[in-house]
Design a binder for this molecule. Structure first.
Ligand code: SF4
Length: 219
């Protein structure tokens, strides 16, 4: 399979249970809920995306014809640019995101990433089943997009949303370890954050997830 990758970079995870943890971000191009083109946003299933996953390719992006080639670049990204002093192999962590990573993340690539010593996380919209060998599953459900992946480590819901099917109560009985509300970004962020805080205070099953990377100015 040929993998189409938008970018690969080393940073800190900014959201959810692994917030603050160093990670390689492997951002696949393409999503099944929006084309990524602004002219299609109004008619897309998912309309509040804040991620660029198509268009001009970012750092280390492009086409990779083998899983070995792609996993190797993820590994060298972890190791860093100073070949004489690579980063430690301890706690190697790759976050597969997008777009929708499950469109492309297959067993071959998972095998290669595991062989290189990575713990593999995915951030998915949950409309496709996640391979069982993924180590950390974060599902971010979207309204009007039937949920196939109904269990995992973290459920991260953007809040508030108007649609009845995007209300937190709909997800509270699904078997996840962590339940996060992430305030909807945009001009109402402060108001949305207060609403999310109030919801968590009233329903302690939920925790607040802030987009730390935006606050501290990292990718
Ligand atoms: S599902 Fe995720 S990647 Fe796809 S358009 Fe929505 S927010 Fe963006």
């Amino acid at each position: 399979m040929t993998y189409t990758v938008h970018e690969i970079f080393y940073t800190l995870q900014g959201e959810g249970a692994h917030s603050g943890r160093p990670a390689v971000f492997l951002r696949f191009a393409g999503c099944n809920l929006w084309s990524g083109q602004e002219q299609h946003r109004a008619s897309a299933v998912c309309r509040f995306c804040d991620t660029e996953f198509v268009g001009q390719v970012g750092l280390n992006g492009g086409k990779f014809s083998t899983a070995v080639e792609l996993a190797s670049l993820v590994n060298t990204t972890w190791q860093g640019s100073d070949a004489t002093r690579p980063r430690s192999d301890a706690q190697k962590f790759v976050v597969c995101t997008g777009g929708e990573p499950i469109l492309q993340l297959d067993e071959s690539l998972l095998d290669e990433l595991h062989s290189a010593g990575f713990e593999v996380a995915v951030e998915t919209n949950g409309t496709l089943a996640v391979p069982t060998s993924v180590d950390w599953v974060c599902v971010s459900p979207k309204a009007n997009a039937p949920l196939q992946q109904r269990h995992g480590d973290e459920l991260k819901l953007v809040y508030p949303q108007d649609e009845p099917e995007a209300q937190p109560a709909r997800f509270e009985k699904l078997p996840f370890t962590h339940y996060f509300l992430q305030p909807m970004d945009g001009e109402n962020l402060a108001e949305n954050t207060r609403a999310a805080i109030n919801y968590c205070l009233n329903k302690p099953q939920w925790k607040l997830s802030m987009q730390m990377h935006k606050a501290v100015g990292i990718e």
